[in-house]
Structure formats: C-alpha cells, structure tokens
Design a protein around this ligand. Structure first.
Ligand code: 2P0
Length: 358
C-alpha cells in the first residue's frame, strides 16, 4: 500500500567531559576500553549535535546518505557509521518481527543530517555528541524506546566513538568498560542526574582551536602498546578512583570531586608522556592554568576553606574547569586577570539532562 506518512525524527545530544578518562582499547573494532570512565554531561544550549534522520522506501543508490555540518560524508562499508546504522536497523527489525502491523522501516533507505552548534575544530568532543545524537535520532525514528533501554543504545553509540556512549545520559555518567569479549557489558549508566548537583558548573577555556596533533584513536593505542604506566593506571589507579568519585558525586563533596578530577587528568597526561614516542596535548597556557588553579585552591585551603575550582584536560590543550556556582564569578575574574589577552570562550555551562528529542 502506498503511504504518504513521513518517517522523520530530529534529536540532539550534548558534549560530555570525562573526569575519569577513557584512554586505551582492549578491542579496537568493538571499541571496548581498557578501563572504566566517568563524565559530566554539559549544557546543550552551548555544546550539542542535532541530527535529523528520515526513512523512505524510495531512497536508493545508495540507500543511505549522510551530511555532517552541510558536507556529504561517505558511509564506508567497514566504518563505524555503517556499524551504528546496521545495529539500529537490527533492533528495528526485531520489533517488526514481533508486530506485523509496524511499517517495515528497517527495509527503507535513510537520509541523515547532523550539525554541531560549536566549531568542530575547537578541540571539543564532537564525535561523542555526534554519535550520541545519531543513535538517539534513529532510536526515535524507529520507535525503539521503551522496548530498548538507553543503556542498550549506549552499547551501539560506543561502537561509533567510545566516549559517545556517555552522551546518551545527562548529569554524571559512568561507562562500565565490561569484561566480555562481545561487548555486551560495555555500556553507560547514570551515576546521578543533573538535578542532583545543579550548582556544579563547567567553564571551557579554549586555549587553542587548532586541530590536535595526535588523534585520540591512534594516540591511545600507541599508549596501550608502549606505556608501562598505563598498566598501573588500568589496574590500580582507575578502579579506586571510580569508586571514590562516585561517592563524592553522591555526597556533592566538591573538595573530593576536585581532588580526584585533577589527579586523573594529570595521570592521563602522564601516560601520554610515558608513551613512545611521547604525546603532548597540554601547552604552556594549559600548564599556566593548572598553576593558577592549584594556587587559588591552596590559598583557599590555607584560609580554612575548601577547593574553589578543578581543572581537567582531554586530548588537547583546552582547559575545562569545574566549580560550584558560588565560585564562578571569582574564577572568571581570576582567569580574566591572569590571561588578559586570551580570547577564551569563558561561558560557564550548566550541566545537561542528556540526549533528547528536539
Ligand atoms: C574521554 N577521550 O574519556 C577521553 C579523555 C580523550 C581524553 O574519549 O577511538 O574520541 O572514538 O573511541 O572517544 C577521546 O576518544 O575515541 C576520549 P574513539 P574518542 O573522554
């Protein structure tokens, strides 16, 4: 029967910034990590990917096409995008097999458009929000929820980009690395929703918007292959920190949260330096921000108060600062005072409630 129904969905997903870092894969094709990680999902108004997908039986040759920020991208046959689309189709087919009345969307072609509301070159995690938005949009188009849980969807987003699995949830999110070889237990879970600790805010200081020297995917496997320190990180450092930071988040204990966040950023960058040849992501400005934060915190602690602010750095020189709302104007003032010539995007972001339909 010919149908005039349009099958289309638009959803968005936010960026997440890890406080316990993912760095290393034990399986590079399924994207299974060498350690658990934990992140904070940022406010969607500032940093998000928005994806629209349409399914139509007339879409053919090729059945799927994709545009990223207005430019058409090839969907490679062995690529991550292909895997994500195929896995989502399988889930839809499962529903269609159980219910004869459902339109056979799993047999239709797809047109997908995705845009970021932030510059991809800013060194921010566009692959995380991008794949999370793709998976959430296809889940909405295929009406997979509630039959398929968000954690189940995160297993598929993970196969697009590891950190993407964490962007399906808002607030505080753990990626449980899992132990199986098929990846069935490698998924994201919510540690606490955004409302749990809404006073916590994030400031992104874009130190450089140049494209990073060593891409994460290649860099992390060089670390796996050559860094003795990574083995210590995987076995000793991360398991204890995952427990400690989860407790700090549940107790809204900023002092402990800040201590663990900064220690893990430094441990991650130490493993990069321990890689052969070494990988340098932070630069002189990044290190100056570390010194400023350490000094501000020391002065506050000497005055009998707790830490004011925490830093963390991903695979690039840009600083992400976390601070309770009451400290935000002080931190902004200090940053502007000590870096008067820097053109930082110093908007404080609220935390986000996760992927959602637009
Ligand atoms: C993280 N990063 O936990 C860590 C911290 C960068 C430093 O996840 O190969 O883009 O696509 O799984 O997720 C960056 O790595 O790598 C990353 P793939 P991804 O956020």
């Amino acid at each position: 029967m010919a149908s005039s129904t349009i099958y289309e969905a638009t959803c968005s997903a936010p960026v997440n910034i890890a406080v316990i870092k993912y760095w290393g894969k034990r399986d590079t094709s399924l994207i299974l990590p060498t350690n658990d990680s934990l992140s904070v999902t940022l406010d969607q108004d500032h940093l998000r990917s928005v994806t629209t997908a349409r399914a139509d039986p007339s879409f053919s040759s090729p059945p799927e096409r994709l545009w990223l920020n207005g430019v058409e991208e090839e969907i490679k046959s062995q690529g991550r995008m292909r895997t994500c689309i195929d896995e989502m189709r399988k889930l839809r087919k499962g529903l269609e097999d159980k219910d004869d009345k459902l339109p056979k969307l799993s047999t239709y072609g797809l047109r997908i458009c995705s845009e970021n509301n932030f510059p991809t070159a800013a060194g921010l995690a566009s692959s995380a929000s991008g794949f999370a938005a793709l998976i959430y949009t296809l889940a909405s188009l295929y009406e997979l929820q509630p039959a398929v849980s968000t954690s189940h969807l995160s297993r598929i987003a993970r196969q697009g980009s590891g950190s993407a699995c964490r962007s399906l949830f808002g607030g505080f999110v753990a990626w449980q690395g899992g132990e199986t070889t098929d990846g069935s237990d490698s998924l994201a879970v919510e540690v606490a929703p955004q409302e749990h600790w809404s006073e916590l805010q994030a400031l992104i200081c874009v130190v450089s918007d140049a494209k990073k020297g060593t891409p994460s995917t290649a860099g992390m496997q060089r670390t796996v292959a050559t860094s003795p320190l990574l083995q210590h990180r995987i076995r000793e450092v991360v398991p204890a920190r995952m427990k400690d930071i989860s407790q700090a988040i549940k107790a809204r204990d900023f002092n402990r949260f800040a201590e663990i966040t900064m220690a893990d950023s430094n441990n991650f960058h130490a493993t990069c330096l321990d890689t052969s040849p070494p990988i340098f992501y932070m630069n002189d400005v990044s290190r100056a921000i570390v010194q400023l934060v350490e000094e501000v915190n020391r002065a506050s602690e000497e005055a009998g108060k707790g830490k004011i602010v925490a830093y963390t750095y991903d695979a690039g020189p840009n600083a992400v600062l976390y601070a309770p709302k009451e400290n935000v104007s002080l931190v902004l003032g200090l940053i502007r005072h000590y870096f008067p010539n820097a053109d930082f995007d110093d908007t404080f972001n609220l935390l986000s409630s996760g992927a959602n339909a637009s």
